[in-house]
Design a protein around this ligand. Structure first.
Ligand code: FES
Length: 566
């Protein structure tokens, strides 16, 4: 039984609708959805679910939202579920569908902002489970700055086929093996049919798990939110506990901007580096910072990478899956270890109402004797972070590389230019992708794609064809969190904005150096000026609809590809 005194006065926004005599229509509608007179005194919490039936990352979120609602109601508030869209990167079929993936992040942010603002909700709980859903939700929470908590839908369990563990990347790489003729039809089918055993987000330290674990470290999810797999009973328990946490945030007036600070962004990015997370985190944290009115640059991200050892043996570069993390103490145990060693700011506030340090006092310790998933600082996978920001004449405003060390730190080769992502498959089929090449995929940036597609198909096909350690790939597009190999994305300015990447020709020499952080096209300035003189800016691929709007609004990758700034 909730004490009345603990729920009075928490309806700072919704009282506009429920209490003011000038809002009879709103009150009639609220009675119409079943609220009672007593409910009209309570805080109203919007529960934003990106649930939809069409993909495993999101298929269970509407169900989890019901548990969240039960917890909200049990805590003396009114919970009102609404849906926003989601787009599954794993189901976009190359550039055509992938164009909508990054724009979906901003669409999610816009839609949550619109519903919570328009309906006067006092707080928002976001129930999300795929790559763009999480940054989209957090951007909205920062913009709204009303008490908010993010609930992660949880990671998927691994699939199995012929004694091998599988995940979504196994399916992509099976395609590369098929192109290379190194897998039988039966095994190809077997891998496809068994990679995804049910609900949950892609299982390695790919973008979804990267964002979930780092947002938890930032303090915007309850401890262990990123560690419970989607089917683990702890996930339902977490959902039921959210209501009590939300009531406390409302009571104390703690809002996302109290939680998202420069220091907590650093905590989030430190987790990304320690766990070997996705390059997409760079893009999304630039955007989250801007939504919270904070300044964060690629150079700030490099500073964190330089001071954070890469510790985890997680996929895509390592052996283990996110589902394995819970058994070693989950993200809280890793965060605690980093905090004990001075790499995490302990005094940042979190959605528990406590500081990071106070939360971590109850967290388990990593046991370096019994587990081999996270290494000690004395024996890192790599002494500094794997995300490197490269600059040079090919990327004056930066490019983002993922260098785990396994692929080496320097690559020098000759350019093989693809005007779009799909072209590489044709080149592979014709045997034109050769060791020593730097594959250049252009016209894939935020405006040019549009939507800055992930190069999942090309990188998986290269891996599957056995060329992973023999070629490099650079692009003004992005990479999936599942990508490994010598890759540099987010090249800015992008091709359609007249970036140097537009002027690369087959056979040009390119150097990528993660130690000196250079990305250089070995073509003289005079020659580049001549090539540029003959260049005509391409017409936008879309002028209407969401993509037309996106082309007009989107900022470059080094500004997080946000769409809500002039
Ligand atoms: Fe949703 Fe991978 S496609 S997490």
């Amino acid at each position: 039984m909730i004490e009345t005194s603990s729920i009075v006065g928490l309806n700072k926004f919704s009282r506009t609708l429920t209490q003011e005599i000038s809002n009879p229509a709103a009150q009639a509608m609220l009675y119409g959805i079943g609220l009672t007179e007593a409910d009209m005194e309570k805080a109203q919490i919007g529960i934003a679910s990106t649930g939809y039936e069409g993909n495993p990352c999101n298929m269970h979120l509407n169900g989890l939202s019901v548990y969240v609602k039960q917890g909200v109601q049990a805590s003396g508030m009114v919970g009102l579920i609404f849906n926003t869209i989601g787009v599954s990167d794993g189901m976009t079929n190359g550039n055509d569908g992938m164009r909508y993936s990054l724009p979906s992040r901003d669409l999610i942010a816009d839609s949550i902002e619109a519903v919570v603002s328009a309906q006067w909700y006092d707080g928002v709980i976001t129930v999300v489970g795929c790559d763009k859903n999480m940054p989209g939700a957090v951007m909205a929470m920062a913009r709204l700055d009303r008490p908010g908590i993010m609930v992660y839908g949880g990671t998927i369990r691994s699939g199995h086929y012929k004694g091998q563990k599988l995940d979504i990347i196994s399916a992509f790489e099976a395609y590369g093996k098929k192109v290379a003729g190194t897998i039988s039809d039966e095994d190809y089918k077997g891998v496809i049919q068994n990679s995804i055993p049910g609900q949950g987000a892609c299982g390695g330290m790919y973008t979804a798990n990267t964002m979930a674990s780092s947002i938890e470290a930032m303090g915007l999810s309850l401890p262990f939110s990123s560690s419970y797999p989607a089917t683990h009973e702890g996930k339902q328990e977490e959902c039921k506990k959210i209501g009590a946490a939300m009531r406390e945030l409302l009571r104390r007036g703690i809002t996302p901007k109290d939680i998202i600070t420069k220091e907590s962004l650093e905590n989030a990015l430190t987790l990304v580096m320690a766990l070997g997370g996705s390059t997409n985190a760079a893009l999304h944290y630039l955007a989250i910072a801007r939504s919270a009115g904070l300044s964060l640059s690629l150079d700030d991200i490099q500073v964190i990478s330089d001071r954070t050892p890469f510790l985890a043996d997680l996929k895509p570069s390592g052996k283990y899956y996110m589902e394995d993390m819970l058994g070693i103490g989950g993200v809280p145990a890793v965060t605690k270890y980093l905090w004990q060693n001075g790499l995490i700011h302990g005094d940042c506030l979190t959605v528990t109402g406590k500081t990071v340090a106070e939360n971590l006092a109850e967290a388990p310790d990593l046991d370096f004797e019994s587990q081999k998933i996270v290494f000690p600082l004395s024996q890192p996978v790599k002494p500094t972070g794997h995300i490197q920001v490269l600059y040079g004449n090919l990327a004056p405003n930066g490019g983002v590389a993922k260098i785990t060390g396994k692929e080496g730190t320097r690559f020098e080769g000759t350019a093989k230019v693809c005007e779009h992502e799909g072209e590489i498959i044709d080149f592979l089929n014709r045997g034109e992708i050769l060791p020593g090449q730097v594959i250049v995929i252009r016209n894939s940036g935020p405006k040019g794609g549009p939507g800055m597609a992930e190069m999942l198909k090309p990188t998986s096909a290269i891996m599957g064809a056995g060329l992973g350690d023999k070629v490099a790939l650079i692009t003004d597009g992005r990479f999936s969190g599942g990508t490994h190999g010598f890759v540099v994305g987010h090249i800015t300015p992008e091709a359609v904005e007249g970036g140097t990447i537009a002027f690369v020709r087959d056979g040009d020499r390119i150097t990528l150096d993660a130690t000196t952080r250079e990305i250089t096209l070995h073509v003289s300035d005079a020659e580049l000026t001549e090539r540029r003189a003959g260049w005509v800016k391409p017409a936008p691929r879309f002028t209407k609809g969401i993509l037309g709007k996106y082309i007009r609004a989107v900022k470059p990758a080094n500004e997080g590809c946000v769409t809500d700034e002039v």
